[in-house]
Design a protein around this ligand. Sequence first.
Ligand code: FMN
Length: 194
Amino acid sequence: MKIVGLSGNVKRPSRTASLVEAVVSGIGDRIGGQSRVIELVDAAPVLFKALRADQLDTEGRAIIDAVEAADVLVVGSPVYRASYTGALKHLFDLVDYRALTGKRVILAATGGTPLHGLMTEHQLRPLFGFFNAFTLPTAIYATEADFTEYTLTSPAVRERVERAVSELAQVLPAIDPAAVRVSGHRPALVAAQV
Ligand SMILES: Cc1cc2nc3c(=O)[nH]c(=O)nc-3n(C[C@H](O)[C@H](O)[C@H](O)COP(=O)(O)O)c2cc1C
């Protein structure tokens, strides 16, 4: 299973990258799989050389291929102007509109104020609705007070990370058509994928 963390941060160090790492590592501990985290601070200068997918160079194509090939995405962004960063949006503008169908996605964000905690619901979740991806119910939001020196230290946020990972563990068996055949069930999501 390939797990790709995507963090929309455009500077380093980054609280968002730290949060995404915490989720990806939680998945590794509980479920396993191969994982990597892509930070937009690195990816954006490569991806912005292309305004359309057919203009991607080899390095840019490799980033988009990794996203499209993932089984699970952990997508986090700092809140910028009440939304996710433009750099993160640019990456998704380069992803094939069919490539994320049925993929499991955990949503996360960090912001300066708790008042923008629903950015994950109003901005990020609809983006994955467009892609027909399967977003997990629990999204994770953290503010600056939840970190110590860019490390996530809030027990409440850690608990939400664990809850999201546990939801992922519950829905993952359906990703394997063989497992679905053994159980005799064909959930609509899987039927739509095969
Ligand atoms: C350009 C800019 C816009 C921002 N807009 C918001 C915002 O609308 N709402 C909010 O809560 N925080 C906002 N912030 C604060 C960041 O979301 C917050 O500091 C975040 O945790 C930074 O994440 P990072 O450490 O990964 O870069 C903004 C910060 C910047 C630099």
